[in-house]
Ligand binder design. Structure first.
Ligand code: ZN
Length: 177
C-alpha cells in the first residue's frame, strides 16, 4: 500500500485524516481515509482509489463537471482550441473515469470490474494527454485503448474509428459493429 499522509493532495481531494480499515469482514476490509474535496465536501475515500488516481473529487463535483455548463479545462489554458472540442475530449475522459470507478455505471463490469484503471493524476492531466494524440480533433474518431486489457494511461491510448475500436473489443460489446 502506498504511504499516505495528512495534507497530501490527490486531484481535488486533500487528505485530512489518517488511513484506517473499514469494511464488513476482515478479508474485505480496505484502507480508507477522510478527505476534503475542493468544494468542502468531506468523505472517506479508498486509499487505493486515491493512489491510483481513480478518485479525484467528490461525486457532486464529478457530476457537475460532467455537464457541459462547467466543462472546460482551466480557463485560458488552451485558448487556441474551440470550446466544443475541449468539452468533447473532457467528456470522453470523464466517461472513462466513470466506467473505471463508478460501480453503478452500466459499463463498470467491463472496465473497473476487470481492474482497468485511469492512470492520470486527475481529469485535467488526462485531458492534456488526450489533446496531444493525433485524431483528438476529429469528431468521427473515438478514444480507444490499444491493449484492451491495458489501462487508460500514456502509451495505451489512441483515437480510432468505431469499427476499429469494436474489432479490438471483446465480442460481447458489438454495439458499434
Ligand atoms: Zn467536491
Amino acid at each position: 500500500m502506498n504511504k499516505i499522509n495528512i495534507g497530501d493532495i490527490y486531484g481535488k481531494w486533500t487528505v485530512i485524516g489518517p488511513p484506517h480499515r473499514k469494511g464488513p469482514t476482515r478479508a474485505g476490509r480496505n484502507h480508507y481515509c477522510m478527505c476534503r474535496c475542493e468544494c468542502g465536501t468531506e468523505k472517506e475515500v479508498s486509499v487505493q482509489h486515491l493512489c491510483s488516481g481513480t478518485s479525484v473529487q467528490c461525486r457532486s463535483c464529478g457530476s457537475k463537471n460532467a455537464g457541459a455548463a462547467t466543462m472546460g479545462i482551466r480557463h485560458g489554458e488552451f485558448p487556441y482550441l474551440p470550446k466544443t472540442l475541449i468539452e468533447r475530449v473532457r467528456g470522453a475522459a470523464w466517461n472513462a473515469i466513470y466506467r473505471c470507478t463508478d460501480h453503478e455505471n452500466r459499463k463498470y463490469q467491463d472496465y473497473g470490474g476487470r481492474g482497468i484503471e485511469v492512470r492520470f493524476l486527475d481529469v485535467n492531466e488526462f485531458v492534456r494527454h488526450l489533446l496531444t494524440l493525433p485524431g483528438h480533433d476529429n469528431p468521427l474518431l473515438v478514444l480507444d485503448r490499444i491493449d484492451n486489457n491495458g489501462h487508460y494511461e500514456v502509451g495505451n491510448l489512441r483515437y480510432t474509428t468505431y469499427s476499429e475500436s469494436s474489432c479490438n473489443s471483446r465480442p460481447k460489446r458489438s454495439r458499434y459493429a
